[in-house]
Design a protein around this ligand. Structure first.
Ligand code: GUN
Ligand code: FE
Length: 455
């Protein structure tokens, strides 16, 4: 009798700590029927050879070829699924104008379920092909189309955390794109939560409803309060945008005489299961409130370069004990790849540390101790994301889900520069993080199931 559903053999990289990478060289990864990593066996362990003797050659035994490596699947903590339809465009104007000129018009089209289906199928497949095994999605205000997104995640095998967006503020939302009224927004949200919980019962990898006030400006006080109550009643995730840009941060200060963090907290929206996108302008009190409530920051480095008027002090927030994950923020960020976002997170942090204004002397130019390493960016994209949503994902470790990407460094059109047969594995890891393109992502697995493969 074979105990395991599948066994994989090869070399894996996973975070040991935010700054350190653990290398599991030529280990066996034993996966059970629930798609969890039940055991990891090192070559020096006594049952390594007996396991090989039992499983090798069988259909459920998978050995990586030379030049291939396992990485944990990425956890993208902030994706606007409908905005995939405009990714790469319209990045030339400030946030407020961008929302009103480009984004609300495109999102309003998702009342059409056929249009929604096309875009949502593509965005889920594209994210999987880029190594994203779990995604925290904003859909639109439309209940049916939002549920469709959750169904598409379920069907394609991605772990989706999905929110029907709430926007009911008459002055801050256009006539053609808002909830009918506050009561309808809350009733639709509750129906959506129940429908996704129903869907979750038949979804191996999990699908989760998320209470989703778009951001404070688009919501009335009554909606924010009602959403906080719904999150508590149904014990759901919460997501929103928080202190993202100068305009948005000031709008909230003018309306509530406090920062976003405390305003959201007053409405019951900062919970252990809350993830707030951007958070560039958090002050130390806000950061402490995040740490106390277990609220995570989703760092969206590419998007921030266009819309956040700043570089987030991510190293500082992390040092304050705030949970941090990484987000693409499609389409505020143009790229569906968390590899690209991890690279930008490092680059932005270096620019924050050194400063950018050459008219200033070096010692006045930057913010000391701001840099993060590629290991930390990888941690945010994987283990940090998993911790942010309190799920056993983002690490290749026992009792974690088998959510992995198989990286092939030898693809003819995207070969990594590896010339030394004994190249240090830490260096190979860094080359992977900086140079991998979608072509190199050979296979993607979620909860023990293959969900993407590239021939
Ligand atoms: N704030 C409110 N809505 C949005 C959005 O769609 N994208 C970004 N980046 N910020 C927002
Ligand atoms: Fe966003």
């Amino acid at each position: 009798m074979k105990k395991y559903t599948r066994i994989f053999q090869g070399t894996a990289f996973s975070s040991k700590s935010p700054k350190e990478i653990q290398i599991l060289k030529e280990h066996l990864f034993c996966i059970n029927a629930n798609g969890m990593i039940e055991r990891i066996v090192a070559p020096e362990d006594a049952d390594y050879q007996p396991l090989l003797d039992t499983y090798q050659g069988g259909e459920n035994f998978h050995r990586l070829a030379d030049g291939q490596y396992f990485l944990p699947g990425f956890v993208d903590l902030h994706v606007h699924a409908p905005q995939w339809a405009q990714a790469g465009t319209a990045l030339d104007i400030p946030l407020y104008d961008w929302l009103n000129t480009y984004t609300f018009p495109i999102e309003s089209k998702f009342s059409d379920l056929n249009f929604a289906k096309n875009v949502y199928q593509d965005v889920v497949s594209t994210l999987l092909a880029n190594g994203t095994t779990t995604a925290l999605y904003f859909a639109t205000v439309h209940k049916e189309a939002s549920l469709l997104l959750a169904e598409i995640c379920a069907e394609k095998g991605q772990r989706g955390l999905v929110g029907k967006v709430v926007m009911d503020h008459l002055e801050q939302t256009p006539d053609y794109y808002r909830d009918a009224d506050t009561q309808t927004a809350l009733a639709d949200t509750e129906e959506f939560i129940l429908a996704v919980k129903e869907l979750a019962m038949r979804t191996k990898q999990g699908v989760y409803p998320v209470v989703t006030p778009r951001f404070i400006p688009s919501c009335t006080d009554d909606a924010l309060k009602g959403l906080g109550e719904l999150a508590a009643k149904h014990d759901t995730y919460v997501q929103s945008h928080c202190s993202e840009s100068d305009w948005e941060h000031r709008y909230v200060q003018n309306r509530f005489n406090k920062n976003d963090a405390f305003a959201l907290h007053d409405f019951g929206l900062l919970r252990d299961k809350s993830v707030m996108a951007h958070c560039n302008f958090l002050d130390d009190y806000d950061a402490e409130l995040f740490a106390e409530t277990g609220t995570a920051v989703c760092h969206c480095p590419i998007s921030n370069a266009y819309f956040a008027n700043s570089v987030i002090p991510i190293a500082h927030l992390h040092a304050k004990g705030v949970e941090i994950g990484l987000g693409s923020d499609i389409s505020g960020g143009f790229s569906p790849s968390l590899f690209d976002n991890a690279r930008q997170a490092v680059i932005s942090s270096r620019m924050l540390e050194d400063g950018v204004n050459t008219a200033l002397p070096a010692e006045e130019r930057g913010v000391p101790n701001s840099r993060i390493t590629i290991n930390e960016a990888f941690y945010f994209a994987t283990a940090g994301g998993g911790e942010s949503v309190s799920l056993p994902i983002g690490r290749i470790a026992e009792n974690y889900a088998w959510d992995v990407q198989i990286i092939d460094t030898t693809i003819e059109t995207a070969k990594l520069p590896l010339y030394n047969a004994n190249e240090d594995l830490q260096d190979i890891f860094q080359k992977i993080m900086y140079l991998v393109r979608p072509e190199n992502i050979r296979e993607v697995w979620v909860q023990g199931e293959k969900v993407h493969s590239r021939m």
